[in-house]
Design a protein around this ligand. Structure first.
Ligand SMILES: *Cc1c(COP(=O)(O)O)cnc(C)c1O
Length: 424
């Protein structure tokens, strides 16, 4: 008898973030459309987490599909050193003016982690090129997540994910998220460390993987301003927050000062295929212009600026910039706000918080409040059983939907959360 897809998978695949001894079954998905995923067994799931935060326009969007197919038939790939192409240049031309401040250059790579690696290397080499190589330290937030490659892991908060590699990670100065109580102390810390600091990397407004932790733009403003006074470069990791997620096109639009560098990925291609972008301003770019070849940024990936990924990104921008998507983002933001008031203070919830289209609910736990909390699996399975894909971060349940999610489906998700609050 033929093996099922699930059985075949269980013989040959090693899944991400998954203990492969007796894992929960992996659901075979055969098709996607809008906010829905369809399994082999014919079950329909509402994708309430945009398939790991990438799928901002829903699945199999016809406009992106059309542009990708067209690009595939025209030019699928070309080496990006010594050569260039229209989709890469066009995407940079469209993206740079959309970013806060004066971003000058686009550097392409493959995913969020590589976008972060490039940003870190830009900052470290910036100081080396300036003859101030002693500025080697990086400042980051506790609980930050910037990716899973070694550099990105190093600037991420220390956690169970990084533990096996702890000794191999480079030294980073970690600070708490800013609030009214600690902001002055954090500014003093930056000033105190400044002569050693190359850069400060942060997720603006929302720390995603850290548990959808949210903080105020005004305090981030103060941190960036302090960095600027001390010549410390600043990197906004907008890999998750970019492209409308926080209610603004980029989260940094909420700031009154602009970072030097941006990292983009996830929603960039509308979730169609992997691509990463690191942008920088003139200050950073000019530090690499020299007759001295050693001042070159020697970094690149085989698939740098892949034309098909660029075409997908351009198509995704078309959709994002049409009034309907912006209206959907506002609609979801407003409805989250109303629902938040309804469940705020519920005895089973330790906290409810919202930024734009992200709504996070932190469940009370009796024992460990960690990522390994058993409430996680119970919530995950409960929502799956009700046809909703949610993937809690430990005890933090959250909605991070494709913008096409209908009011009807949003209501159904809210109703299911209410019943989960009764039953779990
Ligand atoms: C997901 C994420 C990354 C890493 O992106 P990958 O494409 O998964 O490597 C980096 N930074 C932030 C803020 C992220 O959410």
């Amino acid at each position: 008898m033929d093996m099922s897809l699930q059985e075949r998978d269980s013989r040959v695949i090693w899944h991400p973030f998954t203990q492969m001894k007796d894992p929960l079954p992996h659901i075979p998905v055969v098709r996607g459309e809008g906010a829905y995923l369809y399994s082999e067994a014919g079950t329909r799931y509402i994708d309430a987490v945009s398939s790991w935060w990438v799928n901002i326009h829903g699945h199999a969007h016809p406009h992106i599909a059309e542009k990708v197919a067209e690009q595939l038939r025209t030019l699928e790939h070309v080496i990006f050193a010594g050569f260039t192409h229209e989709p890469a240049v066009r995407l940079a031309e469209r993206l740079l003016p959309l970013l806060p401040g004066k971003q000058e250059r686009v550097f392409y790579s493959d995913n969020g982690s590589t976008a972060v690696e490039v940003a870190i290397k830009m900052c470290l080499q910036y100081w080396a090129n300036k003859g101030k190589g002693q500025r080697k330290k990086i400042l980051a937030f506790n609980h930050a997540y910037h990716g899973d490659t070694f550099g990105a892991m190093s600037v991420s908060g220390r956690s169970i994910f990084t533990q096996p590699f702890a000794e191999m990670l480079f030294d980073v100065e970690f600070i708490d998220l800013p609030d009214a109580g600690n902001i002055e102390q954090l500014k003093s810390t930056i000033k105190y460390l400044s002569t050693d600091l190359a850069c400060f990397i942060f997720e603006p407004l929302v720390l995603g993987s850290g548990g959808m932790l949210m903080y105020e733009a005004a305090y981030l403003d103060e941190l960036i301003r302090t960095c600027r006074q001390q010549d410390v470069l600043t990197i906004a990791d907008e890999v998750m927050t970019g492209f409308g997620r926080t209610g603004r096109f980029f989260a940094c639009e909420a700031l009154s000062v602009e970072p030097d560098i941006f990292c983009l990925s996830k929603g960039l291609t509308g979730g169609t295929m992997p691509m990463g972008i690191t942008t920088c301003n003139t200050r950073v770019f000019e530090a690499f212009l020299s007759d001295d070849k050693l001042k070159t940024l020697y970094h690149g990936h085989s698939f740098t600026a892949n034309p098909v990924a660029c075409a997908a990104s351009l198509a995704s921008l078309d959709i994002l910039l049409n009034g309907r998507t912006l209206e959907n983002i506002r609609r979801i933001t407003d409805r989250h706000r109303v629902f938040m008031q309804e469940i705020k203070g519920h005895p089973k919830l330790k906290d409810v918080r919202q930024t734009g289209t992200i709504l996070a609910m932190e469940w009370q736990t009796s024992g460990a409040t960690s990522y390994l909390s058993d409430i996680r699996d119970r919530l995950y399975n409960y929502f799956l059983a009700n046809g909703i894909l949610m993937r809690p971060l430990g005890n933090v349940l959250y909605i991070l939907p494709p913008y096409v999610l209908s009011d009807e489906d949003l209501d159904y998700i809210y109703q299911t959360i209410l019943s989960a609050l009764k039953e779990i």
